[in-house]
Write a protein that binds this ligand. Structure first.
Ligand code: GTP
Ligand code: MG
Length: 244
């Protein structure tokens, strides 16, 4: 039986969190949700706890971390939680809280994961796209994917996207204690390692919707850091291949 958990990292997402949780559960796919909150100053975690107490006592889970440590660290903590959970989840999904990743694609992910090891919701395959995204954000995102593709020699078109579904075997094969990126380049690192380990990857088209509520955490510093991390990853190729 296929069972899965959707991991949603949050930092100040009080305006979005209830809506995204309701939408995922309304699909009735049998998925659980884990919210990984980095002690949001807006107390996102309190709202989540309220939803656990009053609406979803069995299916919604909350992990509160001490302080903001970046998306990558939040996901690694979430992955470790998922892999050791009694329910033995067979699929682990990554999704943003800000409604940019429309839950309506989750049924497609759950279908495709029968035939592939990693599903990537992709803006850059036929049928995919981004709405209301300023041109410079599009250019940065597409350029970042192109640059990473060239340096790392992988075929993934949307290499930085954060809407994905992993079979648990992929996460078990990657040494989660040895992830070198913390911010947005975390997505690139996971894709690169899954590729090097020979897993089957499929990009399915998604239309990414620009966030309406709450603030973006993407900064120029995060972007520049990612460019350097791609080179480090390429230089580490041999070690990654040796990793058990
Ligand atoms: N736990 C945790 N979550 C984070 C952190 N940084 C970002 N997030 C969450 O990760 C998801 C993606 O972050 P966003 O700020 O939307 O980044 P983005 O989608 O690249 O940028 P926008 O397109 O501007 O929204 C959101 O759910 C954030 O709340 C962090 O340091 N810790
Ligand atoms: Mg976002």
């Amino acid at each position: 039986m296929k069972n899965g958990v959707v991991i949603i990292p949050t930092y100040n997402e009080i305006e979005n969190i209830e809506s995204i949780i309701d939408k995922v559960f309304a699909l009735d796919l049998g998925l659980d949700i884990l919210i990984v909150d980095d002690n949001s100053p807006d107390k996102t975690y309190e709202m989540v706890q309220g939803l656990i107490d009053n609406r979803y006592p069995d299916r919604l889970h909350l992990m509160i971390r001490e302080k903001k440590a970046g998306l990558g660290k939040a996901y690694i903590a979430g992955f470790k939680w998922a892999l050791t959970h009694d329910k033995h989840y067979s699929c682990i999904i990554e999704m943003d809280a800000d409604l940019s990743h429309n839950p309506k694609y989750l049924p497609i992910f759950m279908d495709e994961i029968d035939s592939y090891d990693l599903i990537i919701g992709s803006r850059y395959v036929k049928g995919g796209g981004a709405t209301n995204w300023p041109l410079f954000r599009k250019a940065i995102s597409y350029g970042g994917s192109f640059y990473s593709r060239m340096i790392l020699g992988v075929k993934i078109m949307d290499i930085t996207g954060g809407f994905k579904c992993f079979r648990r075997e992929v996460l078990e094969a990657i040494d989660l204690g040895n992830i070198i990126t913390t911010g947005y380049s975390f997505q690139i690192e996971m894709n690169y390692k899954a590729t090097l380990k020979g897993f089957k990857i499929k990009e399915v088209p998604i239309v990414f919707e620009e966030r309406i509520a709450g603030k973006s955490k993407m900064t120029k510093k995060v972007f520049v850091e990612a460019l350097g991390k791609v080179i480090t990853l390429r230089l580490n190729k041999k070690e990654i291949l040796r990793e058990e």
